[in-house]
Design a protein around this ligand. Structure first.
Ligand SMILES: Cc1cc2nc3c(=O)[nH]c(=O)nc-3n(C[C@H](O)[C@H](O)[C@H](O)COP(=O)(O)O)c2cc1C
Length: 379
């Protein structure tokens, strides 16, 4: 079973991910992890702290001669602006954060909660996801995350191959698939910043190259749609998750929702074994299992909670009304959320891949994967 935990506070010494159950024999590099960490810190609308940090991962264990050992991998992302010991507590909880509830639940300072609740923790989750992608790569599985809506403005994902879409996304300062709309969106973010306000949006992740049968229908906690929903919903500030048509499926008759099944013998060597679907409204998952089609996941991110023009709050000592505290904060982190969601989805897919073709090594997994495709073609 592949899994991970994270540790670390926002202004502590470092963020850490411990990845357990990662097969042996996977060629590993830290550069692709660093590239994802850099993208997480980028995107138009982020503030000064991102420029201080320039995250880089250190792979502390589980690796030998650039290859995974099959033992736990510890991924360390040091905090360049470590200052936790010098920071004071807050006395006015910020609406939209865990400040008020955390201080009451733990009978302690707000800072004890905000330091861990902060989305800085997602640096560790991105590192774990970017590691997992290096396991997906030998199976031809690729994930791409991008922004499809920002501040209420739709940014349609233009069609194209995943490689073309990746190229377009990497040209966009807001990580959308249509860089020609960047200026309009940047103006929107600038205006919100000037008004002391913040913006949310919707991100989408597409995973291609998936074989049939990752996940299972057989038990609720191993359904891949459920696992993905949990992983994505557990990202800070994500308030909704959709797979495929998602909520739109509820508004249409069944004939306009379900994806007809066809067979094209010319495509039998693809992971979908030649079973083609004219639409992919299911978003690649039926009954908690991948169905050979691309996985499509969307997530709604609320606007950043800390406002330069703060909302009303209460001083926890005096119990008198006062404006909420302000800690340096971004105006918009929707592009960064697309990086985080891409990587947490990739990790869940890797877990399901290990569950299905599990073995102690990449070599064994690949042999079982090839055997499965061979047997499935005979089915
Ligand atoms: C990439 C990213 C960056 C974030 N940056 C900030 C920030 O600068 N300031 C802030 O108040 N909240 C920020 N948040 C949101 C808070 O972490 C989050 O809203 C808060 O911890 C409460 O959790 P909840 O929204 O999941 O209920 C960010 C979220 C993400 C995904």
């Amino acid at each position: 079973m592949l899994r991970y935990w994270t540790a670390g506070e926002s202004h502590g010494r470092a963020l850490l991910a411990v990845v357990d159950g990662f097969p042996a024999g996977v060629p590993l590099r830290s550069e692709p992890i660093d590239a994802e960490l850099r993208r997480r810190q980028g995107g138009y609308g982020r503030g000064g702290r991102q420029r201080i940090e320039t995250d880089q991962v250190e792979i502390l264990s589980g690796i030998w001669h650039d290859t995974s050992l099959g033992s736990p991998l510890a991924l360390l992302v040091p905090n360049r602006d470590y200052k936790l010991e010098r920071l004071d507590d807050l006395d006015r909880p910020r609406p939209g954060h865990g400040d008020l509830t955390g201080a009451i639940k733990f009978l302690g300072p707000i800072r004890a909660v905000l330091e861990r609740a902060s989305a800085r923790e997602t640096a560790a989750r991105v590192a774990a996801g970017a590691l997992a992608k290096q396991l997906l790569e030998p199976f031809g599985i690729q994930a791409l995350g991008y922004v499809v809506e920002l501040g209420g403005v739709a940014l349609e994902p233009l069609p194209g191959t995943l490689a073309q879409q990746r190229e377009r996304r990497d040209q966009s300062e807001v990580y959308s698939l249509d860089p020609s709309r960047d200026d309009a969106v940047k103006q929107l973010i600038d205006r919100a910043g000037k008004d002391g306000d913040t913006l949310g949006g919707i991100v989408e992740v597409r995973v291609e190259g998936l074989p049939f049968g990752l996940g299972t229908h057989a038990q609720w906690d191993r359904k891949l749609d459920g696992r993905i929903a949990q992983a994505v919903m557990a990202v800070q500030a994500i308030k909704g998750v959709e797979i495929g048509l998602g909520f739109e499926a509820a508004r249409r008759p069944g004939s306009q929702v379900h994806d007809a099944i066809g067979f094209d013998p010319a495509q039998q060597d693809q992971p979908h074994l030649g079973y083609v679907r004219p639409t992919n409204n299911a978003g690649g998952l039926e009954a908690g299992m991948t169905n050979g089609q691309p996985l499509v996941v969307r997530a709604a991110k609320k606007p950043i909670s800390t406002l330069r023009k703060p909302l009303e709050s209460v001083n926890l000592s005096s119990k008198q009304p006062e404006a909420a505290a302000y800690e340096r904060s971004d105006v918009c982190a929707v592009p960064a959320a697309s990086v985080i969601v891409e990587n947490v989805v990739a990790f869940e897919v890797a877990c399901a891949l290990v569950d299905k073709f599990g073995g102690d090594s990449l070599q064994e997994m690949q042999a079982r994967y090839r055997l499965f495709l061979e047997m499935a073609r005979q089915r």
